[in-house]
Design a protein around this ligand. Structure first.
Ligand code: COA
Length: 391
């Protein structure tokens, strides 16, 4: 099943926010038994952006170490995947391109299909590299997940970015053909242009996700994919980490396998470590699962990992990757842990303030208070333009 010419993920780096809200604080505020959060949905805390952080600052922070390690040469395309876009026309990737000082001879584009778009970006990147193997593509997935306060979705909020360098002879994961794909027109989660927060029918979205697992797996097998037994682990999109378990049980059922909880934990357990303290990072979530797996697992060299990417609305894709020999020397485990551990805890009142923060849509000059200690910040809005700066 391996590709003749291996193309895949050569480097992967993540970034998240300045602040974090523990679910114990949310539970204490709203009177929920914290077991519902810790056990029921599998979440312990959520990343909360400072007022001067957004998808651009997180995306640039995730990508900067990749450029520092490999340089910008050969990167002729940046694909920025997000569903929390900051502009209806201009790609957020252009701000990142500018902040990182990348060459003018680059194409930059933004992709959207809810939480699925980063997987589309990865697959499109592979197509570009197959066409010209000397090229490398920078894929950035960056999102702020925001639901109404006091809604069921509130406990599943989060924010993070993952940057991936895609090229030939990848140091981390060789992405295989084929892919299984699935689309269904459902209204399980959406965000009309006039809203800051998403609308979601939680139970509908769980059902739509589970149907998409079956649909994309069915197509994957029909395209000649691997059998279930061949996989060492599965990285699922994790809107909340318990969802990965629901999805995997669905897949086992669909394939006529027994539900062996110990085996399920072996396949999924390590993939939830970053998502359960960051929260839903939409497009980045499935690749945070990969980072957590690679950072913690015993040697996975040559082993197959299954990826199930789901984006409400809905589109899903199942594909496989093989872990590359020597991958451990290229991991960013310490930096990944530091990005998570450096976050400062906020209380409920401060979280509410940050959640409610928005800029007046008047085109006036608005300075943004300096809060983030990350490498990039949103400094101001000036004449309807967002002004970013390196710190
Ligand atoms: N201890 C342990 N578990 C508990 C509990 C407690 N005290 N109280 C509740 N639970 C469990 C429930 O049994 C349930 O588990 P189950 O799904 O395995 O049955 C789980 O916690 C969630 O409880 P539920 O009552 O369904 O929560 P909710 O109505 O608040 O909604 C979501 C949960 C996920 C639907 C909601 O957070 C949401 O809408 N999220 C955003 C959308 C989303 O993430 N969709 C996923 C697909 S993309």
């Amino acid at each position: 099943m391996a590709n003749d010419s291996a193309i895949g993920i050569h480097d992967l780096s993540l970034a998240t926010t300045e602040f974090v809200l523990p679910h114990t604080v949310l539970a204490e505020y709203n009177g929920t038994d914290v077991g519902k959060y810790h056990v029921g949905i599998g979440q312990r805390s959520m990343s909360v952006p400072a007022a001067d952080e957004d998808i651009v600052t997180m995306g640039a922070a995730a990508a900067a170490p990749i450029i520092a390690r490999h340089g910008g040469d050969g990167i002729r395309t940046i694909i920025f995947a997000t569903e929390s876009s900051i502009d209806q026309a201009k790609s957020a990737g252009i701000y990142v391109h500018s902040l990182l000082g990348l060459p003018a001879a680059t194409r930059v584009v933004e992709l959207k299909q809810a939480c699925y778009a980063a997987t589309a970006a990865l697959q499109f990147a592979i197509g570009l590299v197959r066409r010209d193997p000397a090229q490398r593509v920078l894929v950035i997935a960056s999102d702020v997940s925001r639901y109404d306060v006091d809604s069921p979705g509130e406990a599943t909020q989060g924010a993070a970015a993952v940057a991936m360098l895609v090229g030939t002879d990848p140091a981390l994961v060789r992405v295989e053909d084929p892919s299984g794909v699935f689309t269904a027109d459902v209204m399980d989660f959406w965000r009309p242009n006039y809203r800051e927060t998403a609308l979601v029918d939680g139970q509908e979205s769980i059902g739509a996700y589970l149907l998409a697992v079956e649909g994309s797996w069915k197509d994957y097998t029909e395209q000649g994919g691997r059998s279930l037994e061949e996989f060492a682990a599965f990285c699922y999109h994790q809107p909340f980490t318990k969802m990965a378990y629901k999805a995997h049980r669905q897949l086992l059922n669909y394939c006529g396998h027994d539900i062996d909880e110990e085996r399920i934990t072996r396949h999924l357990g390590l993939t939830t470590a970053y998502n359960n303290v960051i929260g839903n990072s939409y497009t980045a979530s499935v690749y945070l699962a990969l980072a957590a797996l690679l950072d913690q697992a015993d040697d996975l060299t040559g082993r197959a990992v299954g990826f199930l990417s789901y984006g409400s609305g809905s589109v899903a894709e199942f594909f496989a990757g093989t872990v590359a020999p020597g991958y451990r020397e290229h991991l960013r485990t310490a930096a990944n842990r530091e990005a998570i551990d450096r976050r400062k805890e906020v209380g409920h009142a401060r979280y509410r303030e940050l959640h409610g923060h928005s800029f007046p849509p008047d085109g006036g000059d608005h300075l943004v208070p300096a809060e983030t200690t990350g490498p990039f910040r949103l400094a101001a809005l000036r004449g309807h333009k967002r002004v970013y700066e390196a710190r």
